[in-house]
Write a protein that binds this ligand. Structure first.
Ligand code: DX5
Ligand code: ZN
Length: 216
């Protein structure tokens, strides 16, 4: 499978969200990556259901929603209603992770789990077969524009091994500090989906940068 590109709208121009959505529609991007933060799990706040619903009216590609919030179970149905296609929760805030995954699927979405940089891959052993996606954080979550953590390559390789050994169909997504400098190596290690925020939106021609990432 060719790798997928998911631009993170966190780094886009919020005063012109409709134009940003249309740029992504018309680009080679595969998904919209949407970062929801609550100021508790991470020390930043972004947006929630009303904004997701609003941009859903214009978006023509799947919504990959990354929840950086505590107690995500409370909001699973709300995110489904708002238009999430893939819903990813953080391992670190889900004491009943198996149930959370089942709830996401029961709400009609694909289920993802994200791991912070310090969270070991082996902790997913008992749920990997049920997952559609694993998001490896390659920075500490909370902000765009941070530097890529090099240990990520090793984690991607370990996760790939685990996925194979358990016959899982989960895609491997990498989020944080992704650029054309590390994209090829990540894919060679086993990554399927690359999220990129500042590298795309701070570039001179975001659509061209998306093509660049798609072509690595
Ligand atoms: C960070 C978010 C990322 C962020 C990535 O917590 O999960 O999706 O937007 O931004 P860059 O690509 O700038 O590191
Ligand atoms: Zn994200």
């Amino acid at each position: 499978m060719a790798h997928l590109i998911a631009p993170s709208i966190l780094s886009s121009d919020f005063a012109n969200l409709q134009q940003e959505v249309e740029m992504i529609n018309n680009s080679e991007a595969d998904w919209f990556h949407i970062d929801v933060m609550d100021g508790v799990f991470v020390s930043n706040l972004t947006f929630g259901m009303p904004v997701i619903k609003a941009i859903k009216r214009y978006a023509e590609k799947p919504f990959d929603v990354h929840l950086m919030i505590v107690e995500p179970d409370k909001f699973i149905d709300d995110f489904a209603d708002a238009g999430a296609d893939i819903l990813t929760v953080h391992y670190e805030v889900c004491p009943h992770l198996h149930r959370s995954i089942q709830q996401i699927k029961a709400a009609g979405m694909k289920a993802g789990v994200s791991l912070n940089p310090h969270t070991n891959i082996c902790l997913l052993e008992d749920v990997i077969a049920d997952l559609d996606l694993v998001l490896i954080m390659s920075v500490n979550p909370g902000f765009g524009g941070q530097s890529f953590i090099e240990n990520t390559y090793q984690k991607v390789k370990e996760l790939k091994k685990l996925i194979k050994s358990k016959g899982s169909k989960a895609l491997i997504e990498i989020d944080g500090g992704v650029s054309s400098a590390n994209a090829r190596k990540l894919i060679d290690c086993g990554a399927d989906v690359l999220v990129a925020g500042s590298f795309i939106f701070k570039s001179e021609d975001p659509s061209k940068t998306i093509s660049e990432l798609k072509a690595v």
